[in-house]
Design a protein around this ligand. Sequence first.
Ligand SMILES: Cc1cc2nc3c(=O)[nH]c(=O)nc-3n(C[C@H](O)[C@H](O)[C@H](O)COP(=O)(O)OP(=O)(O)OC[C@H]3O[C@@H](n4cnc5c(N)ncnc54)[C@H](O)[C@@H]3O)c2cc1C
Length: 298
Amino acid sequence: MSGLGLDLDCELDLNLKFERDKDLSSLTTLGVGGRAEYYIEPDNIEIFKKLFKLNLNKYILGGGSNVVFPDENFSGLVISTKKFNKIEFDNEFVSVQAGCSLAKLVAEANKNNLSGLEFAVGIPGTIGGAIFGNAGAGGHGVAERVTELIILDEQGDLRILSLKDFSYSYRNFEINNIDKNKILILRCELKLRKDKQELIEAETKKYLSKRINQPIGRSAGCTFKNPKDCNLSAGKLLDDCNCKGLECGDAVVSEKHANFILNKGRASCEDIKNLVEECKRRVFNETGVMLEPEIKFI
Ligand SMILES: Cc1cc2nc3c(=O)[nH]c(=O)nc-3n(C[C@H](O)[C@H](O)[C@H](O)COP(=O)(O)OP(=O)(O)OC[C@H]3O[C@@H](n4cnc5c(N)ncnc54)[C@H](O)[C@@H]3O)c2cc1C
């Protein structure tokens, strides 16, 4: 028997190439986290399906640009989507496998004269991760473009979902009657629209230029969501409450943009959590607004 509870024949049959004791910090943009007991990067649906039927703790990882793993080791299997990344265009529709990077998708859409994803330029990570959190910018979110989703449900069965099966709002995506944390988004279909290349390029440049305010360094993007019932952004609230420059271990609130926490070197998950709590506390005490983290602690 292998440590995964599979018998060896089954494991060979699946040709599963697990890695053991995988360093998770190297798989995230923030660079924080312990090791995963098992790690795998499948490139086809059959392997995803078989993995989903295994009775063990699993975690789905896209580009790792929005997650903070704990300092302790992860007991179970981390399944990366990054090798499952094909794109197919059919007129104004595009079918994308979950592990395709948003950067590649935006570039390919532009090349095909398809408009609708310009706002996503510069957002790191995969399309799967982007749908999971409805990533976006400038009042848009990726979920707006989704017309169909193919998922693996908790039991490892394929399901095709259409518009009536999901809903979304600012940095939020929900699947009706399904806990999205227990499924795998395998593929999605997006509807874009034909437009002139020069207009698409100009729009893309406009969104890219706004990123000049973002700090360079290891982060997981914006720490907090913009609050709903307040017309100030999370960044402005944090700045007004003197959070810029706050430090905990090697974690620091960026001096350039208060809604980014940077890992200066060897920050731990505890450092990040403590800094998040301190920022929340300051903003709540001074303004009464309770900020909600956008970064995901596992
Ligand atoms: C410099 C920087 C700038 C950023 N700018 C933005 C921005 O402008 N707007 C914005 O919204 N975000 C931004 N982010 C945050 C981040 O890039 C997005 O949230 C991104 O969409 C996360 O995708 P990912 O593939 O990296 O997901 P991950 O971080 O790998 O995972 C995020 C969550 O999605 C789940 N998940 C991932 N793939 C799947 C799948 N296929 N099926 C089911 N669940 C899945 C994971 O389990 C996890 O819970 C930024 C981050 C950085 C570092």
